[in-house]
Design a protein around this ligand. Structure first.
Ligand code: FES
Ligand code: FES
Length: 164
């Protein structure tokens, strides 16, 4: 993490998000999820609870999945972050996104960005997970529409697509 520079009551935060460096002066109390949404306009990351419960705010930070409502923006200073907006390449959906679509793994879609980012991390760590490992890997992500079975199917499908 780099050195923070003060500017009034704000602190400088410099992060690389989806391959692009951004620099903003923000309140030391600003949450990473609010930084992404309000400062950078990356509203794909959702806020479902603000209390580390639902996983809607999940992003990848320095290769690990984090609930961005539990990370301060200043703690992300110097970090490399991947959000749902960074998955599709050249207008082509990421295999996980495509698998969620093809398996009807979303209803209202509110949990979906967090589910997909957690799946991204899960499959990076374990490219061929069992159903039990998928359920365990997604246990911190809640779907209020209770579409869990299709989500599990989508993760299995995505794993197959990414291995082939
Ligand atoms: S908004 Fe972060 S866990 Fe629910
Ligand atoms: S699809 Fe509605 S909360 Fe999961």
């Amino acid at each position: 993490m780099g050195v923070l520079a003060n500017k009034g009551e704000k602190v400088k935060v410099r992060v690389r998000v989806n391959g692009v460096w951004y620099e903003r002066y923000v309140s030391p109390r600003m949450l990473l999820v609010d930084f992404l949404r309000d400062e950078l306009g990356l509203t794909g990351t959702k806020v479902g609870c603000d209390t580390t419960t639902c996983g809607a705010c999940t992003v990848i930070m320095n290769g690990r999945s984090v609930k961005s409502c539990t990370v301060l923006a200043v703690q992300a200073n110097g970090a490399d972050i991947l959000t749902i907006e960074g998955l599709a390449q050249d207008s082509k959906l990421h295999p996980i996104q495509q698998a969620f679509m093809d398996n009807f793994a979303l209803q209202c879609g509110y949990c979906t960005p967090g589910m997909i980012m957690q799946t991204y991390f899960l499959l990076k760590e374990n490219p061929n997970p069992t159903e039990e490992e998928i359920r365990d890997g997604l246990h911190g992500n809640i779907c209020r529409c209770t579409g869990y079975q299709n989500i599990i199917n989508a993760v299995k499908d995505a794993a197959g697509r990414m291995r082939s």
